[in-house]
Design a protein around this ligand. Sequence first.
Ligand SMILES: C[S@@+](CC[C@H](N)C(=O)[O-])C[C@H]1O[C@@H](n2cnc3c(N)ncnc32)[C@H](O)[C@@H]1O
Length: 232
Amino acid sequence: MLKVPYLEQIRRSYDAVAADYARSVKDPAELDPLSRAVLGAFAELVTSSGLGPTADVGCGPGKVTAYLAGLGVSAFGVDLSPRMIELARAAHPELRFEAGSMTALESGDDELGGILAFYSTHHLPPKELAAAYGEFHRTLAPGGHLLLVTRVGEEEHQRRTYGYGDGDPAPFDSYRLPADRIAGLLEGAGFAITAQMLQAPEEGAKRPVAGFLARKSATASRAAWMTRTESA
Ligand SMILES: C[S@@+](CC[C@H](N)C(=O)[O-])C[C@H]1O[C@@H](n2cnc3c(N)ncnc32)[C@H](O)[C@@H]1O
């Protein structure tokens, strides 16, 4: 596992609260209609494109991974927290779950048909996002689809909250960015944004949620993209 300090802290904190998180997080079938519609559209896109498997990055206890699998997607999960991975494997033994970071995926170049990042990128400091999105682009096959869903704000904002699991309070640093900044970073990583959704806060929630469907060009190859970046 990577020894990057901010990743170590996220891993420790999610390990500490994993069991409580798994108990309290909604089953995707109980999500609001728009969230389910976006997941459904993503599932249809990746199954009909017939490219490689779909990685649910930051899968937590694997509920959304299993939901995608139920929609016919060849899905597997990756999470920084080994405890989350244990819980995901126990709940869904028929699916593959691996410990790892979305900032350095084990998947090879052009290997994946889809990547889902569902409420999992907000712990990355903003300066790390370009590299993570670059990693999504590297591992997606040409024509592959990304769905990224995250809370957004009018301006960049960092906050620290604490979770209570089986020990001391676990610190969580998270970051919110304006939706257009996320869109710009995705385009900078080589993606074409095919659809963008901005969902007003639900009752009780304070922040809007943005969803981005993005695609790696069907003709993109790593070499071509690097050449374009270097000559820009
Ligand atoms: C709020 S939970 C969301 C879990 C799941 N996507 C869901 O919707 O139920 C965020 C998850 O992202 C994982 N995570 C955070 N940073 C990560 C990284 N760099 N690589 C992989 N997983 C990460 C955490 O361990 C945690 O399980």
